[in-house]
Write a protein that binds this ligand. Structure first.
Ligand code: ADP
Ligand code: MG
Length: 248
């Protein structure tokens, strides 16, 4: 098995508070790796350390054997480490087809003006349409983004991240706030992405996690509490206790 992403002894302090406590995480190439844990466990902080939004107080982040601990976020994206970003106001009155085509123009260094024709633009529009189809967005690709159901907006965000041709896609609760009946679709589309794309996913809904993940790491109070296959984590009494404790 090839390791694509790794942390070694990662730590992050906020003042005296240790939000990330000696995290050594190994993500295998092609994994559907879920990161779970109670609220405040340090999941988002860990993603921020991986993407370079935050700098660690100690430890290393290694992408495909390269130490990227001090590398700025935008360079990590170029290396294939991508996270979703929330669609901002800029895209509200654009259609998914326009939004993804713009992202591809940017990606290819062709500028970001949809209305000034460039060579190869028709090809990009075809590529954008094909990508949207993979994400189940073909039926709505000509509609305004802000009128789409919430689940479709989330899928568009993931499609945008996917347009950058990531090796590792980091998703922080992509189904949060998505109505129950749309959530499963979001995660099954992500799960079905090409095997060469590794996915690290934070998700709270354990049913979704268990149907999605090939591997699960459990964070508690900033530290890795348990790690294993779905079957191992599902059978782990300690993990169950952590979650029961939280809901109690
Ligand atoms: P999770 O995503 O697992 O819910 P977070 O990573 O968001 O948890 O937060 C972990 C802990 O770190 C929380 O106690 C949170 O209050 C704290 N924390 C996160 N970011 C900051 C920050 N910028 N400054 C101070 N404390 C922070
Ligand atoms: Mg979080």
């Amino acid at each position: 098995m090839t390791v694509v992403l790794e942390t070694r002894g990662l730590q992050r302090r906020f003042g005296a508070f240790l939000a990330t406590n000696d995290v050594s995480l190994t993500v295998e190439q092609g994994a559907r790796h879920a990161l779970i844990g109670p609220n405040g466990a340090g999941k988002t902080t860990l993603i921020n350390l991986l993407t370079g939004v935050l700098q660690p107080s100690a430890g290393q982040v290694i992408l495909q054997g390269e130490d990227i601990t001090r590398m700025p976020s935008h360079q990590r994206v170029k290396k294939g480490l991508t996270r979703t970003f929330q669609i901002n106001q800029l895209f509200a009155d654009y259609t998914p087809l326009e939004t993804v085509t713009l992202a591809m123009l940017e990606r290819d260094g062709l500028g970001s003006n949809l209305w000034s024709p460039v060579a190869g633009q028709a090809d990009l529009i075809d590529e954008a349409a094909a990508l949207l189809s993979r994400f189940g967005l073909s039926p709505v690709m000509q509609e305004r983004t802000d009128r789409l159901p919430y689940g479709k907006q989330r899928l568009l965000e993931i499609a945008l991240a996917f347009a950058s041709k990531p090796r590792v896609l980091l998703l922080d609760e992509p189904a949060a706030g998505v109505p129950e009946d749309e959530r499963h679709e979001v995660l099954s589309i992500v799960s079905d992405l090409p095997a060469e794309v590794t996915v690290v996913l934070i998700e709270h809904d354990m049913d979704l996690v268990f149907s999605f993940a090939s591997r699960i790491s459990v964070l508690v109070a900033g530290a890795i509490y348990a790690e294993g296959t779905v079957a191992e984590i599902a059978a782990d009494r300690g993990v169950k206790a952590v979650y029961l404790g939280e809901s109690a």
